[in-house]
Write a protein that binds this ligand. Sequence first.
Ligand SMILES: NC(=O)c1ccc[n+]([C@@H]2O[C@H](COP(=O)([O-])OP(=O)(O)OC[C@H]3O[C@@H](n4cnc5c(N)ncnc54)[C@H](OP(=O)(O)O)[C@@H]3O)[C@@H](O)[C@H]2O)c1
Length: 395
Amino acid sequence: MSARIAARIARSAASRSVARSVVQKRALSALARPSVIRTAVPTLARGVKTINFGGVEEVVHERSDWPLEKLHDYFKNDTLAMIGYGSQGYGQGLNLRDNGMPVILGVRKDGVSWKAAIEDGWVPGETLFPVEEAINRGTIIMNLLSDAAQSETWPTIKPLITKGKTLYFAHGFSPVFNDLTKVETPKDVDVILVAPKGSGRTVRSLFKEGRGINSSYAVWQDITGKAEEKAIALAVAVGSGYVYQTTFEREVYSDLYGERGCLMGGIHGMFLAQYEVLRERGHTPSEAFNETVEEATQSLYPLVGTYGMDYMYDACSTTAKRGALDWYPRFKDALKPVFNDLYNAVRDGSETKRSLEFNSQKDYREKFEEELKVVREMEIWRVGKEVRKLRPENN
Ligand SMILES: NC(=O)c1ccc[n+]([C@@H]2O[C@H](COP(=O)([O-])OP(=O)(O)OC[C@H]3O[C@@H](n4cnc5c(N)ncnc54)[C@H](OP(=O)(O)O)[C@@H]3O)[C@@H](O)[C@H]2O)c1
């Protein structure tokens, strides 16, 4: 290790330890918490809250309004038929079951999900059925098939969703883009949405920790006058903590946009661009990775997540702060046209069309795997595997 690299690592460790001690001190001081926490004062004591988010008032519901006894009573005459056992089916289904809700599962027999469900304790003929049978037994049909499969199976499923049942989605995709998906919902049933803001694995892990994931809910069609209440109750039953009001349209546009942007595609592209330049300019793989991904995910992004962007700036050196404050507008200006293109592609249905076409192929799993293999084998992510082994917690 060269003296410069050693000094750099020492400096970096020192700045991280300064950041940590700043964090610890600030965490102890309520006054030092980001102002958003201080201003988000609920206007009602408990349950439904109107919260001022940066000047805009929004309604948020919380799970304390729906204790388990109330949920059990509310759904005592229902059977929740969850169709599909992918990421969301796993998280929502197991949470419902652990909450003592009357839930059964419907998946195609002997497929990957059928086997996974049996491994997780769902019992064929008791709590696990082929899709059509589960729908026939259910009063609330929770459609958690993949979005492409929702479209593909709709001609078979639609006639089974008869008057008096409720149709539930975890994404606005199928009804909002019905010109492409052909999912025209029946006219005589409540149609609602609960969209957890995270993967089904997180829906499950937060539930097991006694916390709840944040979700949004929406009503597409209210026949009974109870659709909204039912959506909120179901959101809590599947493991949500706070539940934000939205519409099917807003949910699907923002979700498709976000996952292609900052949540996944955009951040991956930015990591790659920064890493490639560092490597092309002669930096070692570990240095390029540490300065691009490791410090971001292990030190700085958690600060943004816990206390906010201003706090993260504040926890860093004046050198870092000066440079980052100068450069962020350039990145924003360079990226904004790409984000506008992306939003247009979401709104005009191009992204939906692409997703439907790709994910309807019989071999979609194998094709995804081929592309993920390319990602896995990229130098940056191979380096990440080695760097993770050297983390303090792994020593
Ligand atoms: N994943 C997330 O982070 C997330 C977050 C919020 C909302 N959502 C929404 O939740 C819903 C479910 O998403 P997901 O990620 O959990 O599911 P997924 O993994 O995309 O879907 C898998 C399920 O669909 C079934 N399936 C696929 N093709 C089928 C077909 N032709 N016929 C019958 N079943 C078929 C699979 O069964 P087999 O095993 O038998 O193939 C499996 O049970 C979607 O609307 C999604 O947008 C997802």
